[in-house]
Ligand binder design. Structure first.
Ligand code: SF4
Length: 128
């Protein structure tokens, strides 16, 4: 299945229901916000719940970026093989902490379509 050609960013999956089409801004497409990023839909209850704090997300991102840089220096490898990415995403898709509308993890706040591609990335609760 190919991605819809409606200007959605790559982290918004094709089946995402909350996606709104782009608007025009001086002829340039502008993606509208998909959702309030401070909350995440709990997949079990469908209720919006607070996500990780901005501080936690910045710490997570900085930690992953630092680990990735160290890994690149030592191995020259940035991205995980496709089979590993697919395996990680399969685990996330069955995880109770994934907001499936935008593929965002409730635990770390990361966009999993991106994070799963980073070789040294880790699940915050060690599922992968
Ligand atoms: S990274 Fe871990 S906690 Fe987050 S959605 Fe994936 S499996 Fe669940």
């Amino acid at each position: 299945m190919s991605a819809p050609n409606d200007g959605r960013p790559p982290w918004v999956p094709a089946h995402a229901t909350g996606w709104k089409s782009v608007t025009q801004n001086n002829g340039m497409p502008v993606p509208l916000p998909v959702t309030d990023m401070s909350t995440i839909t709990n997949p079990l209850t469908g209720v919006r719940v607070p996500g990780p704090s901005l501080r936690t997300m910045v710490n997570n991102l900085a930690g992953t970026a630092l680990s990735a840089m160290q890994h690149v220096v030592h191995t020259g490898v940035v991205f995980a093989p496709e089979s590993v990415v697919n395996s990680r995403l399969a685990i996330c898709e069955s995880c109770e902490f994934l907001d499936k509308n935008i593929y965002r993890c409730l635990k770390c706040g990361c966009m999993m379509k991106f994070k799963a591609k980073v070789e040294v990335a880790k699940c915050p609760i060690a599922k992968w």
